[in-house]
Design a protein around this ligand. Sequence first.
Ligand code: BG6
Length: 503
Amino acid sequence: MAKGQAKRKRPDPCSFVIFGVNGDLTHRLITPALYNLAAADLLPEKFCVVGIARKGSTSEALREDLMQGLRRFATRPVDDAIARRLLSCVTAIEADPKQPASFDAMRERLDALEQARETGGNRLFYLATPPGAFLPIARELGRTGMLRENGMWRRLVVEKPFGTDLASARALNGELLNLLTEHQIYRIDHYLGKETVQNILVLRFANGMFEPIWNRNHIDHVQITVDEKLGVGHRGSFYDATGALRDMVPNHLFQLLSLVAMEPPVKFDAHSVRSEKAEVLSAIQTQSQEEALQNSVRGQYVAGKIGDAAIGDYQAIAEVRPNSTTETYAALKLTIDNWRWAGVPFYLRTGKALCTKRTEIAIKFKQAPFAMFRDTPVNRLSQNFMIISTEPTEGIELQFNTKVPGPAIDIDGVEMKFRYKDYFQAEPSTGYETLIYDCMIGDNILFQRADSVEAGWRAVQPFLDAWKKVGAAGLQTYRAGSEGPALADELLARDGRSWRRLG
Ligand code: BG6
């Protein structure tokens, strides 16, 4: 049975200004998402897309470039009429933060363009650039008055990575908040664009049966897994300076953790939801460096095979430093110091070049008392897991025990599965559509607030510090195509637990 979708309104007239318009992110995600919004009639009626382009670029050349990107990365067959209509809104304007005068000229051109297009002065500035450019651009936008709201709105979208540690994230927040107010800043985490991730709140709070058991009385532990098959590929320079922990944990894995662990918000609005998320992240126990070493495993992949594809050593990738100690795999044990979760470990793992791509939250419920079956042939009960899964299939699964048909008492584990695709016929999308649409309608519920970004970095900082201190000591290796370092099993085994198998 397919279920329908509620009709959404068109956003206010606005300009969508993209810095980094010739980059990978614009081609891969932003243009296809704008195209999908155009196809769904969800772009403003009066709209212009401004690409901040290299010196000498023309609007025609930019449109052609975006069209090529769209042909390559669109998530559905491209209808030429829709694409043409979208691209007719595109204008190239030059601006370079190293040349302040170019921002003054940009402001004038933007004002003129907006008058002609009647977009009313509402502007969304999208920083699809490397992180080093965020502040120089924001400062120039601030200096030229382009961020000032005066009866119209002005918003800034900032991509990941938001800082590289607690100090740099704080500094970035501090500077941005000197130029804009929090409600103008949209910090993107693409995991919040995923339907299954957004559904976690609905699963928990729109159903009466889960919340009463969603606590330390009934939950034994939680496993959050974001494993990838892909290696580091051509991103050697970025990745070697970043590593698995920074790349994935304070952002994506913590989004999953906060949605699973947060308290019910009083209202389903941005303030209430974001406050509860920040609250639970700040309740993650800050570990000493010694504890961080005990409660973590990091690894780097060496040559192996994933399916039929041979993968080389991580260290052989272009622009990876010789003898690099950057981790391509990280597993952590965290605890949350609050009434709901005291004593319930949260185990997190993420890595590259593993045997499978899997994104899931597995909630393990406490075992039923076995006493009743003591005098029967039953010698074990299967584990009770709820699995919220984004990859490889989007859905929710419950694992429970059932009686095997027959005269004897025999018990076996079975699964009850809900799969999105069996109920809903969603058009294939990039995951950015909702995020971009929400920026345009001014709903920041799916964006990270300054306090939760900082709470995330605060929780991982002891791991970053401890790993830096010990360098190569303790860095495990694992074969590409395996389940990760063997020591990651130890992290759970010493608590009498085990990871769900990946294979
Ligand atoms: C990005 C990371 O933010 O997320 C990548 O920089 C990673 O290294 C990607 O591959 C994973 O996203 P997804 O949606 O494929 O799980």
